[in-house]
Each structure stands twice: as structure tokens, then as C-alpha cells.
Design a protein around this ligand. Structure first.
Ligand code: 8GT
Length: 175
């Protein structure tokens, strides 16, 4: 039975829940109307880091959305696929490299509302792969030192990940 005493304990919790919801909406620029119509797209991406501490970026080719921008290799997670497996599959398809899921280290994630969908993109790092990365889908590749990352225009979703990646690279250089 709900007594006035138990109601009193429930109401503040609900308030906190709504405050949290409001905060999420504010942080990600969401509105109820946009969320209602929005597709959630799950993408797995990786920062390949070479022996000099440079990161591999791939340029989105002409004809694709966000063409010309530089991104972390990766792609959409298909239904029923484990995210790490999806990423290893994409890295092979796009770059011709073999990465073992055990060699992926989680770094962070992007959560960003584009015009037509909301992107949720976990980003892993890896320093271990087999094969020489090459743009198998015609995309240009670049090995970029952390201090030069700002010279490579990236999708809006990626921008919050850059300081996280830079500080990860800095810490591992100075470990
Ligand atoms: N792989 C990757 N995708 C990213 C990054 N940042 C970002 O916004 N995305 C977005 O995540 C989606 C990745 O999809 P995808 O790689 O499987 O497919 P796609 O190029 O054919 O994309 P499209 O369906 O938009 O044309 C794209 O909409 C892309 O713009 C990133 O750093 N790496």
C-alpha cells in the first residue's frame, strides 16, 4: 500500500530522474520531437596507433555523407553482431588489416545527434595488427601525430574524442 510517507520518498526520486533526463537532452541537443523520429546508429571505430605514436585517419570519399572529412576507421554494427567483431570485420574490409578483438582497448565513445540520426560510436585503440593498412575502398589514409589532429577536419561527433585520445597518447608516451 502506498502511504503518504512512501509517496514522499518517491516524489523526490522522480524529480531527480526528470532532472537527469533534462540534463541528457540538454547535453546532446535533443528535443522530444527529434528523439521520436530519430534512428539510433551504432558504429564501432578504432584509433590505430603506430610505433611513433601516430594515429591512422581515413578520409571519407566523394559521394558519401560528410565527404572529405577525416574519421577513425570503422563502421556500422550489424544486427546480432558483437561490436568488437564488427570493428575487426570493418578494419579488414576498409584497410586490409587483421586485428584480434583481444587487442582492442576501449577509449571512450561519441554520442552525437546528426540531422537524421543519433550516432553512438564507441572508440577503441589498438597498437597491434597484421598487414599494412591501405585504403581498400579508395579512401585516403594519413598517420597523424596528436598535435596535428586539429589540422584534419573531422565529423562533429568525433571532436570531443580528440582531447581524450591526445591525452591517452601523451600518457602512454610518458609512461
Ligand atoms: N567510421 C566512422 N564513422 C563515423 C565517424 N564519425 C562519424 O560521425 N561517423 C559516422 O558514422 C557513420 C558510419 O557509417 P559507415 O562508415 O558504416 O557507413 P557509410 O560511410 O556508408 O555511412 P553513410 O551511411 O552515412 O554513407 C557515418 O554516418 C559516419 O559519418 C568516425 O570517426 N568513424
Amino acid at each position: 500500500m502506498v502511504t503518504s510517507r512512501s509517496m514522499a520518498t518517491i516524489v523526490p526520486k522522480q524529480d531527480q530522474f526528470y532532472d537527469f533526463g533534462r540534463q541528457i537532452f540538454k547535453t546532446y541537443g535533443l528535443t522530444l520531437e527529434r528523439v521520436g523520429r530519430m534512428r539510433l546508429v551504432l558504429v564501432a571505430a578504432a584509433a590505430l596507433i603506430d610505433g611513433n605514436g601516430a594515429v591512422l585517419l581515413a578520409q571519407r570519399p566523394e559521394g558519401k555523407s560528410l565527404a572529405g572529412l577525416w574519421e577513425f576507421p570503422g563502421g556500422k554494427i550489424e544486427a546480432g553482431e558483437r561490436p568488437e567483431s564488427a570493428l575487426c570485420r570493418e578494419l579488414f574490409e576498409e584497410l586490409g588489416v587483421d586485428v584480434a578483438p583481444a587487442d582492442l582497448e576501449p577509449l571512450g565513445f561519441a554520442s552525437h545527434t546528426y540531422e537524421n540520426f543519433h550516432l553512438l560510436m564507441p572508440l577503441w585503440t589498438t597498437r597491434t595488427w597484421q598487414g599494412q593498412p591501405r585504403g581498400r575502398e579508395g579512401q585516403a589514409l594519413a598517420w597523424v601525430q596528436p598535435e596535428a589532429l586539429q589540422d584534419y577536419p573531422m565529423p562533429a561527433a568525433d571532436l570531443p574524442l580528440i582531447p581524450v585520445l591526445s591525452s591517452h597518447l601523451f600518457q602512454s608516451q610518458n609512461a
